[in-house]
Design a protein around this ligand. Structure first.
Ligand SMILES: Cc1cc2nc3c(=O)[nH]c(=O)nc-3n(C[C@H](O)[C@H](O)[C@H](O)COP(=O)(O)OP(=O)(O)OC[C@H]3O[C@@H](n4cnc5c(N)ncnc54)[C@H](O)[C@@H]3O)c2cc1C
Length: 382
């Protein structure tokens, strides 16, 4: 099996890299977990959409550019290599859209996908509940049939982006007597509809990265049900036909996060290497010392080893082969391990820049821990 990207894919990589270098925000945008930052990230998404880069794998008529699966992964890799802004619309783009392509009606696709691509409408995920985490089928929030639609009641939690998002999507129990994975309906709702209360949850840095969503008799029209009522679990996890595995939203999300980690690791390695070439100690660049040289080479090998696994998984997913789930997991683990090793090296070499620096709350967390350590209060974490 040839796992080298073809010339068109490499040309696409060069185009994306060039565009991000020329157009990437400088200075970086404020945190997406603030009202100001959320608005700035929406604006950035509009810029991406204008360049046809917001949802590259989608058909053109919805705001995409019909990119192949491999090109899409290249986009993700290059995007995070460039440390470009987090995707404010990622829930919709990576989790809702694949389900809409598989199970949505033409009307839903036409109505929902274009404003999702431009971040005119940003969506939050509403799966988790206080009693339903790993055990998602324990969902208790209810959808009760009414004239022309459904009435939702209950509580969702840990909903990322919900503090500032426009709409949400998730599973609701529409048949309380059905077996656990049955009787669930996949619904989309307006976060500003009467009966919806969004209560932000502060992260360590104090910003509302997550929110609880309380629903009190919220009306949702039939047009906002995805798939058949009572078959929400199937809509979330399968496709309508033999191409079932291809449409599994989680497969796409996992592959995208593997590409993200590969790209972020690559970006950090380039920064670390640059630092090693320019930072002088003992009369020469620190990169001239064997320990540093070997450490950087090992990281590069790890990243290069992970990339073919990513493309093998993409080929498996595209061909719906029986090994798809295994290949995606292997790629995700390899990319995550390689990126984590790079992050360690980066922290060791540059001290202040590592993978965690790409996620705001972790920077704050590290600052808190370091402050405690220097004040000899480390015991607080033991
Ligand atoms: C960064 C982040 C973003 C999130 N965003 C969203 C979002 O946008 N929308 C949303 O709905 N939810 C979101 N979540 C919530 C997430 O889906 C839940 O945290 C997850 O489902 C786990 O549930 P829990 O936290 O209740 O853990 P629990 O289910 O209580 O699990 C606790 C621990 O027990 C382990 N465990 C549980 N069952 C088993 C088992 N059978 N065998 C072995 N180990 C087990 C788990 O692995 C875990 O370590 C997010 C979470 C995080 C961390």
């Amino acid at each position: 099996m040839n796992l080298d990207p073809d010339p068109q894919t490499e040309a696409f990589r060069a185009e994306v890299r060039g565009w991000l270098t020329a157009r990437g925000p400088d200075p970086p945008l404020p945190s997406v977990h603030t009202a100001e930052g959320f608005a700035a990230h929406r604006e950035w998404e509009r810029t991406l959409a204008g360049a046809g880069l917001a949802a590259v794998s989608w058909p053109e008529r919805y705001g995409g550019r019909d990119a192949t699966l491999a090109q899409w992964l290249v986009f993700e890799e290059e995007y995070y290599r460039a440390a470009a802004p987090v995707r404010v619309g990622q829930n919709g783009l990576f989790l809702l859209a694949p389900t809409l392509f598989a199970h949505g009606t033409a009307e839903q696709q036409d109505r929902i996908l274009p404003p999702m691509a431009t971040a005119e409408q940003v969506r939050a995920q509403a799966w988790s509940e206080p009693g339903a985490g790993s055990d998602l089928a324990a969902i208790r929030s209810a959808a009760v049939r009414t004239d022309g639609g459904w009435r939702l009641s209950g509580q969702k939690t840990w909903s990322i982006r919900a503090a500032f998002a426009d709409r949400a999507f998730g599973l609701f129990r529409s048949d309380p007597h059905a077996e656990r994975h049955r009787g669930l309906t996949y619904l989309m709702f307006d976060l500003r509809a009467p009966g919806v209360t969004v209560r932000p949850i502060a992260q360590l840095d104090g910003e509302p990265g997550f929110a609880e969503i309380f629903l009190d008799d919220v009306f949702v029209p039939d047009a906002d049900v995805i798939g058949a009522p009572g078959e929400g679990w199937e809509a979330l996890t399968t496709g309508p036909d033999a191409a079932a595995a291809v449409s599994r939203a989680m497969d796409y999300g996992t592959l995208a996060s593997a590409a993200l980690l590969l790209g972020a690791g690559r970006g950090l390695l380039e920064a670390s290497t640059q630092h090693a070439k320019t930072r002088e100690q003992f009369g020469r660049p620190v990169g001239a010392f064997q320990a540093v040289k070997h450490a950087l080479a090992d990281v590069l090998i790890g990243l290069e080893f992970a990339r073919p696994l990513l493309y093998a998984a993409a080929i498996a997913l595209g061909g719906n082969t029986p090994t798809t789930a295994r290949d995606i997991s292997a790629a995700r683990v390899a990319c995550a391990e390689a990126a984590r090793r790079e992050s360690d090296i980066s922290l060791w070499l540059v001290k202040v820049r590592s993978l965690s620096s790409t996620w705001g709350s972790q920077v704050a967390h590290r600052a808190v821990v370091l402050a405690a350590l220097t004040q000899d209060r480390a015991g607080a974490w033991s």
